[in-house]
Design a protein around this ligand. Sequence first.
Ligand code: ADP
Ligand code: MG
Length: 264
Amino acid sequence: MFRAENISYSAGGKTILKDISLDVVPGEITAIVGANGAGKSSLLRILSGERAPTYGRVTLDGNDIAELSHKKLARRRAVLSQFTDLRFPFTGVEVVLLGRNPHIQGGESKLDRRIAIEALEVVEALHLMDRRIDVMSGGERQRIHLARVLAQIWTEREEESRYLFLDEPTSSLDIAHQHLTLEIAERFAANGLGVVVILHDLNLVSRYADRVLVLKNGQVRAMGAPAENLTSAVIEEVFEVSSVVVDIPGGSGAPLIVPFSRIK
Ligand code: ADP
Ligand code: MG
């Protein structure tokens, strides 16, 4: 598992994260929520090894990730950044094949290409495989990049645990594709993948996440099961928004969260 121990992070003379500890467990979806600027993306970058913490450390199966080679880390975990502005005239399938880079020795194999195509199928974007990414819509592009990170951690064999770090993967998607994205996360988690996902839609968190970490000004305000932690009181404190949280008889079992107005 990925383990963050007492992470703090300062940049630009500012404390951005303060004393955060978290385990990312195979088979679980952990959601991170919080206001704009709360430190979510910074935390994801540190957890995934893209950035070093100022204090504390992150380990993968007990080994400090700072000591793992870039390639080794890239085979164990894939990161979908909040902003992926790849504006080269690559086709959909070429972008997805970029995800296979850590696995490719010499040149791409038939297996790499098959995985890329399966990943495109999973995100319902097979029809975009030969279309240029620079002319795709925002939501189409976002699904292609999701396929790219899926291809990166795709495996046909039982191996070491793998992890997916997704920073607002649903931000450009229509509601059906938002659910599709979380269903994919759910399916991969059921196969033993550890998932960390930053989301703004608290109902997606309520419905799909096993655990939620609520960040406020770089600190953990609440952590645990969504139903116990996404309460009106926490939402009010963290987002300054009034909400009602209701149980829906016959629904998915997850409480429905209705944020309805800003507290001025
Ligand atoms: P979130 O993803 O929750 O919206 P971020 O983690 O991107 O927030 O950023 C948290 C805060 O830290 C923001 O105020 C941002 O401007 C600031 N920040 C992040 N990285 C740096 C940096 N390298 N230098 C200065 N400020 C930074
Ligand atoms: Mg962010």
